[in-house]
Design a protein around this ligand. Structure first.
Ligand SMILES: [Zn+2]
Length: 290
């Protein structure tokens, strides 16, 4: 079962978040029929969204990660709530590119001619939107660039997905290490050394490493730290009510057009592919509400 540990060193200088997300990545693969490299791309983004989700403060806050790099996969969109329930989709789930140096070439599938956007919704009128130019399209580097540029928090972000020959997910997870404003030069030097020696995320997770083990590696240079555990899972919260709200938000003209041309509406949730049928009678009621 997937979960996350969020840790803070005793002196408050370094924050580390580690996740094992093998189950959610495999669930996403099955829902969307993802290619091998698309599984890696969406799995990495879901993992990052979940780790950022469990740093949200308000119960009803949410975070959206949007990547549009101009590559064959199209857009990658993932949303997490403050309990690290995540959902996501990509524009072209079956898109694939050949491996590079024996590794899944996520950077080429996503592309790097575009932007990564993070939308933090705190239930206020306007959500907070941060946007950075993509670095490599490998996602981990791009999230790290977002933290550095948009939030001024130097961060190390490692994300990994390992896919079996039969396309099922063997291992997925990630690590974010962040240097807080009160960190000293020695903290940063110790972290840099740790990162240069740390084995690949997918290697240690496929060998059975837990989030505690990953935190243990990451924070080994530090004397003490505390941890907090978060369960995380792929979960869609769509409902008839939400779909109807979306229809209402289209406005009167669009709705009348649908009633006139289609008679009824057939909608599919982007995140879980569940289908919703809205009858002509119900559409007319929604038109009244619009
Ligand atoms: Zn759904």
């Amino acid at each position: 079962m997937d979960y996350i540990q969020r840790a803070l060193t005793g002196d408050g200088a370094i924050r580390a978040i580690a996740a094992v997300t093998t189950d959610m990545t495999d669930k996403a693969r099955k829902i969307h029929g993802l290619s091998k490299t698309a599984t890696a791309a969406l799995g990495r983004t879901l993992t990052a969204a979940a780790m950022m989700g469990c740093c949200l403060k308000g119960e009803r806050d949410s975070i959206t990660v949007q990547i549009d790099g101009g590559g064959p996969i199209g857009k990658v969109v993932c949303i997490s709530d403050s309990e690290a329930n995540v959902k996501g989709y990509v524009s072209n789930p079956e898109a694939e590119v050949p491996p590079k140096n024996g590794k899944l070439d996520v950077g080429s599938l996503v592309g790097h001619d575009g932007f990564l956007g993070i939308i933090r919704d705190f239930g206020l009128k306007e959500p907070y939107v941060g946007k950075v130019k993509l670095q490599t399209g490998e996602i981990g580097d791009d999230i790290a660039a977002y933290f550095a540029q948009s939030e001024q928090i130097p961060s190390i972000v490692a994300l990994g997905v390992l896919v079996n020959r039969d396309l099922s997910v063997k291992a997925a997870g990630g690590l974010i290490v962040q240097v807080m404003p009160n960190a000293e030069e020695r903290h940063i030097a110790a972290l840099e050394k740790m990162v240069s020696e740390m084995p690949a995320m997918t290697k240690i997770i496929s060998e059975g490493a837990t989030p505690e083990d990953i935190i243990g590696y990451a924070l080994s240079p530090f004397d003490s730290y505390t941890m907090k555990r978060f369960e995380t899972a792929y979960k869609c919260d769509c409902s008839e009510e939400r779909i109807e709200k979306a229809l209402i938000s289209l406005g009167k003209k669009e709705l009348s057009d649908i009633i006139e041309k289609e008679g009824k509406a057939e909608l599919k949730c982007h995140f879980c592919n569940k289908k919703y049928n809205v009858s002509a009678d119900r559409l007319r009621e929604l038109l009244e509400e619009a």
